[in-house]
Design a protein. Structure first.
Length: 365
């Protein structure tokens, strides 16, 4: 049986993240978007809270907390209420760390995880998306060929979060048998070229890069899992739950901003919240946000229990992406003309929702 009651420790994580979102993320969100840059002080201060290192084993310098996708989903939702782009930036190295914790061999964990437990923000990323329309993560064009006791990678990846600053990448490619395989690739490896940042409609503060791989040699030891037992479905499902959790937080932000506005905005002698059409919009926002959260928690709980969460994640992904877009759009409609100007943050959240809904592998739990 799955319990949807957060533990005492998880409630503490939520409270800490909620305060951080209000005090650090929300005040920085507009400037970060306008400048397409995130202040180094913000990354440093959030890094020192241990948001990434907490679930890395103590043997590698981490906090040693139990690996918990549910806790990760709670954390992402709360931070995304402040700003989705800043939330994903603060947690971007967790993509790499969680993948190593879940799928890495003891040697791989010993070699790479300590780098994510230092005092300064350390960028490392995961490269899944490829630059083509209607990208399907199960139809990979990046290839891995066994050659001379090593693996040789060729292909192009796009929308790699913090790819421009990352020291290492987990690159997902198709092996000679047509199966997905993942490899740890250092930035300085011969044949690796990083270009960017890639422009996006939303999440403009989060730098995305394009990663080009041309005859990049990777030692056998740096294939994740050490062989053919890499659980690609779990990697995708963790990433999709992360994105969905951020969308729930974003939807909450829209709802919590729009409802007070509608109560205070007077038109034709009464608050617009008294208009039936507006009242229905607002109530639907609350209902759908709760429904989205339950779907995210359900998928996260399946992952935490070690079960195949593919079905739960598939149902969650389509519903959450669609409803988050609807909520953001309705937020603009409630604000009317004010919804389109930068004086209010709803247009920013709309752009974030549009961008998050089509991305793969930009967050993880």
């Amino acid at each position: 049986m799955i319990s949807f009651e957060p533990t005492e420790e998880q409630e503490l994580v939520r409270a800490t993240a909620r305060d951080l979102a209000a005090e650090a993320l929300r005040p920085l969100a507009r400037d970060a978007d306008e400048e397409s840059a995130i202040p180094a002080d913000f990354l440093r201060s959030t890094w020192q809270l241990g948001l990434v290192s907490s679930q890395i084993p103590e043997a590698f310098g981490g906090g040693g907390a139990t690996r918990s996708p549910t806790t990760g989903a709670l954390l992402l939702e709360e931070l995304a209420v402040g700003d989705a782009a800043l939330a994903l930036a603060a947690l971007a190295p967790a993509l790499f760390a969680n993948t190593l914790v879940d799928h890495g061999t003891p040697r791989q964990q010993e070699r790479y995880l300590p780098q994510l437990c230092g005092a300064e923000y350390h960028a490392a990323s995961v490269a899944i998306v490829e630059p083509r329309p209607a990208f399907d993560p199960h139809v990979l064009q990046t290839t891995a060929e066994a050659r001379g006791g090593a693996w040789v990678l060729n292909g192009v990846k796009s929308f790699v979060p913090y790819g421009g600053e990352a020291s290492h990448f987990v690159v997902v490619a198709r092996d000679p048998d047509g199966r997905p395989a993942a490899f740890v690739v250092p930035r300085e490896a011969h044949g690796v070229a990083v270009a960017g940042p890639e422009p996006t409609l939303g999440l403009r503060a989060l730098p995305f890069a394009r990663l080009e791989l041309k005859n990049v040699e990777v030692p056998q030891d740096d294939r994740l899992g050490g062989g053919a037992d890499f659980d690609y479905a779990r990697l995708l499902n963790c990433a999709r739950v992360g994105i969905a959790a951020a969308l729930v937080g974003l939807s909450r932000a829209v709802m919590e901003y729009t409802i007070p506005y509608a109560k205070e905005r007077v038109a034709f002698g009464e608050a617009i919240a008294q208009k039936q059409a507006i009242a229905f919009m607002l109530s639907d926002m609350a209902i759908e946000t709760d429904a989205m959260r339950w779907l995210v928690w359900k998928a996260a709980a399946e992952l935490e229990a070690g079960r195949d969460a593919t079905r739960a994640t598939h149902l969650m992904r389509g519903y959450v992406a669609g409803q988050a877009m609807k909520i953001a759009d309705n937020g603009i409609q409630v604000l009317g003309g004010h919804g389109f100007i930068r004086e209010h943050p709803v247009e920013l959240w709309y752009r974030h929702a549009r961008t998050l809904g089509v991305l793969e592998g930009t967050a993880a739990v």
